[in-house]
Unconditional design. Structure first.
Length: 165
C-alpha cells in the first residue's frame, strides 16, 4: 500500500496518531490482511459521536454512533502519475471506544485497535453479516489484536489527558 493517511477529526479523546499510524502499518503487514496490498490509498479517520452518528444514519440506516464503518471504493481511485488504484476508508468512533472499554473492562486504546483491525478485515473481504462468518471473522480479529498487542503497548496510544476506561 502506497498511501496511508490517518486523521484525528475528534477532540474528546487525545490520541497519539503517530503511534496509531505505526500500529496500522504493522497491521497491514499481517498475512490475513494481504488482500489490502492491492489498495493504493487508505484513509483512517478518528471521529466523535456527532460525525459517526451522521455517517451511521446516512450509510447504514442506523441511529446513533457506532464503533467502525468501512468504505471500500474499489478500483479507479486516482493515484500520482495519472494511474488508478484501489482505495478505502475506515471511520473509527473514539468516544464509542471509551464507552465500550468500560463495558468490556478493557482500555479505550485497545478498543480503538480492535476497531481498526475489524475495519481492515472488512476491507480485506471478511464479513460478519451471518453467524458462521461472524465467528470466523471474530477469531481472526482476536488473533490479530493479540499479535499486535504482543508488539505494541496499546496504552501508549493515549495522551496524558485521556479519559480512563
Amino acid at each position: 500500500m502506497s498511501g496511508l493517511s490517518l486523521r484525528n477529526r475528534q477532540r474528546e479523546v487525545p490520541v497519539n496518531t503517530r503511534r496509531l499510524r505505526v500500529l496500522a502499518r504493522a497491521a497491514l503487514a499481517e498475512p490475513e490482511l494481504a488482500p489490502l496490498r492491492a489498495f493504493t490509498e487508505l484513509g483512517v479517520y478518528l471521529v466523535g459521536d456527532r460525525r459517526m452518528s451522521t455517517l451511521n444514519a446516512r450509510h447504514l440506516g442506523h441511529a446513533g454512533p457506532t464503533d467502525v464503518i468501512s468504505f471500500d471504493y474499489g478500483p479507479g481511485v486516482p493515484v500520482p502519475g495519472g494511474a488508478s488504484g484501489r482505495g478505502g476508508e475506515l471511520v473509527l468512533g473514539v468516544p464509542e471506544a471509551v464507552r465500550q472499554a468500560r463495558r468490556f473492562r478493557t482500555t479505550w486504546p485497545a478498543e480503538v485497535v480492535r476497531y481498526l483491525v475489524h475495519g481492515l478485515l472488512h476491507l480485506a473481504g471478511y464479513d460478519d453479516a451471518h453467524p458462521a462468518a461472524r465467528r470466523r471473522m471474530k477469531r481472526v480479529e482476536d488473533r490479530l489484536v493479540r499479535r499486535l498487542g504482543a508488539r505494541f503497548d496499546f496504552r501508549r496510544l493515549a495522551s496524558h489527558s485521556s479519559p480512563r476506561a
